[in-house]
Design a protein around this ligand. Sequence first.
Ligand code: OSB
Ligand code: MG
Length: 386
Amino acid sequence: MDQQFLHCSVPVSPAVDALIPVLHQIDLITVRLPFVKPFATSVHTWAVKEALLLRLESDGVVGWGECVADPDPFYASETTQTVRHIFKEFLLPLLTPGQTIGELLKRWSPVRGHGMAKAMVENALLDLIARQQDRPLHALLGFSERRIQSGISLGIQESIPALLDAVAEATSRPYHRVKLKIMQGKDIEWVGAVRAAYPKLTLMADANGDYGLEHATHLRELDAFHLTMIEQPLSYSDIVQHAALQRELATPLCLDESIHDLDDARSALALKACGVINIKQGRVGGMIESLRIAALCQQAGIAVWSGGMDETGIGRAFNLQLQTAPGFNLPGDTSETARYFNQDIVAPSVVLADDGFIDLPKGPGIGVTVLEDRVARFTLARESIL
Ligand code: OSB
Ligand code: MG
């Protein structure tokens, strides 16, 4: 084991010193947006995006957070209902105006896990504070503006020809890399067919935990396709077996589901379980914890990227702001709005420039305007808590 990661400390963002304002209105809003196409992983197929939004208002300024939990526990154990419960019963009661963000995160530490619920609240507070200060969130976090790399994640397809069609459509846009979802029975041949048709494409695969260590020899066949990485081949809760698998494969592994927080990242690095970490800020407890993980990985000399959870434009805007931080040097899963939704709830939409980069939206906070009439159109339920 590499002991250096057990002791190294990580710098914190200046945003931990930001003061939480008095909140005059708190709303939990459940929205459901139709996807342009269903999205399938090895575990489940989602036909719609159902998300819990948190709307915070202070003196007429509104901040938004989007929770990445699904209504089901098929990606992670948290669901929109557990988030609602943890938010109302345990997170909100510990939130006091005048506290700093850093103090709030410390007060939340007795609440074990529930990173998705914590991220939703932290996100909405950071957006609110940045908007009050009339500056972009990346500036509040301590980073300058930069253009963001793009990537697209293609769900499991019905057949190899359908997969080749999906890759053709994706590569008609200047994405910096393409990720293919794989599962048992839809892997070696499928990735091989894409590689044969696109010898130079920057390509990776994501199994969402569909394999076991007994598949090591089978997975080693993927080495032939010079993928940039293989994401989460083994169980959503494993780190040690990934370390064993990594010793068997030339292709770097990337952990997604297994990394819930900085401690998990430290374990993964110390055990050499992966060469890359997919940081989803909505999964690891928010922007501040993401920055800690990114800083740790930078010290370790390993690259990170920002994943996605098919978020609406609110969550996607947070993911864009996060990628201004140092260490996010690989293209992530930030794609154009149009591949997810015909109508989103924010403006402007994410579009790729001709060179595949995404320009940060210019406004204060997360940079986008939340279209409240669109939110209303897609609302299933709205609960005012204050
Ligand atoms: O494993 O990264 C994943 C979407 C939903 C759940 C899990 C994952 C994904 C994606 C899509 O890969 C990422 C995106 O386009 O936002
Ligand atoms: Mg993944």
